[in-house]
Design a protein around this ligand. Structure first.
Ligand code: PLP
Length: 397
């Protein structure tokens, strides 16, 4: 069978199974309301633009200035042909934000996670990962196992007893790395960081937290999961993205000790063999960090908006997962129901994605709402009215 025939056949199966993803094109910046090609104005309830900074004038202007000053990019790898001063400024700001001594930027958090695991872990080491960790952590571990021949184990989601058993079983390893999401992207729940830190100390392990959905979101001033639990500075390694609350363009970083980032600069393959973050993106992300530092009230608005939306959904009789984060999954069970709900909501002018198997376990299909500080109460009420209408039409409430 030719490759084309195989791909055509599989794509047809995706369509038949109702899991084929349609791309919706936007003709305006990412914001609470966007211009969707063929549909007109649509309210977005499925973006990671948690603080509304993707189109903030200072964030956009910083990108413009950097384009003028540095041009389009490094045109090579950082250590080969130079690194821009804006990278150093951004990395200092990110380290300060998340409470670490140092940070190193990557073109994505996916790259940061891969760079971390594959560089640190060898044959004598083990990585122990939460069952619901993001795909980038799972693939980072697969890569590390293939390159470095490290061992790995998975503990049941947020189950500290299971983690402890895995740690006990790994007592002879040279390095035990516990890797967890700070906020789990499909559930919207928060890792049990104080317990994880206690266990990591008890069993002489190192903690890495991927705070992609927590940076700019959790804690009084948006410094992430560690700030939320009052343990800022106590997480040895934090990875995160610049593609969500911090401007939403692209990019990621690994934060930790100076030794760690120095070692990653020397050895992590995405640093050694791939171009640096474009200066426009680095400058916009830096402006986003500064914006966040100057406007901690945004984080409060985000929290208030999320609480308002979650409570209202519950009031209508929906079943959103309980929690404190702006990720609000409404569990519908059946994949077809989640997709039907998402389609009907879009027809009502609300863009929110439905997720089914295999992204989430069978029977746990959902629409996942993500709230932004930039949503006004009128935006949220508009979305809530659409939920109520569609919920009644589908006999969900
Ligand atoms: C927990 C987590 N880690 C990593 C990523 C990937 O981030 P990036 O887009 O910067 O590669 C995501 C994005 O969805 C995420 O949710």
């Amino acid at each position: 069978m030719s490759l084309d025939d195989r791909l055509r056949g599989e794509l047809e199966q995706f369509r038949a199974a109702g899991v084929y993803k349609r791309l919706n094109y936007l003709a305006s910046p990412q914001a609470p309301r966007v211009e969707m090609e063929g549909r007109g104005e649509v309210l977005i309830l499925s973006s990671n633009n948690y603080l509304g900074l993707a189109n903030a004038p200072d964030v956009v202007a910083a990108g413009h200035r950097a384009l003028e000053r540095y041009g389009a990019g490094t045109a090579s790898v950082r250590f080969i042909c130079g690194t821009f001063t804006i990278h150093r400024e951004l990395e200092a700001a990110l380290a300060r934000l998340v409470g670490c001594a140092s940070s190193l930027s990557y073109v994505s958090c996916w790259n940061a996670n891969e760079g971390l695991c594959a560089t640190l872990l060898g044959e004598q080491d083990i990585v122990i990962s939460d069952q619901l960790n993001h795909a980038s952590i799972i693939d980072a571990i697969r890569l590390a196992k293939s390159i470095g021949k490290c061992q790995s184990a998975v503990y049941r989601h947020s189950d500290m007893q299971d983690l402890e058993e895995k740690l006990r079983g790994a007592k002879d390893c040279r390095l035990r790395l516990i890797f967890t999401d700070g906020v789990f992207s499909m559930e919207g729940d928060i890792a049990r960081l104080p317990d994880l830190i206690a266990l990591s100390r008890q069993y002489d392990a190192i903690m890495a937290v991927d705070d992609s959905h927590a940076t700019g979101v959790l804690g009084e001033t948006g410094r992430g999961t560690a700030e939320h639990f009052g343990v800022l500075g106590e997480v040895p390694i934090i990875t995160s993205t610049l593609g969500k609350a911090l401007g939403g363009a692209a990019g990621g970083f690994t934060a930790g000790s100076e030794l760690l980032t120095d070692y990653l600069t020397q050895r992590s393959r995405p640093q050694l063999f791939s171009n640096a973050l474009p200066p426009t993106v680095a400058a916009s992300a830096l402006a986003a960090v500064q914006h966040l530092e100057g406007h901690p009230e945004l984080v409060r608005s985000l929290r208030d908006n999320a609480r308002y939306f979650r409570d209202a959904l519950r009031g209508f009789g929906f079943n959103p997962l309980p929690g404190e984060t702006p990720i609000i999954p409404v569990i519908l069970g059946d994949t077809a129901k989640a997709i039907a709900m998402s389609d009907l909501l879009l027809a009502h002018g609300v863009f929110v994605t439905g997720f089914g198997y295999p992204v989430v376990p069978q029977g746990h299909a959902r629409v996942r709402c993500q709230i932004s500080a930039a949503h006004t109460r009128a935006d949220l009420d508009f979305a809530l009215r659409a939920f109520q209408d569609v919920g009644k039409k589908l006999r969900l409430i």
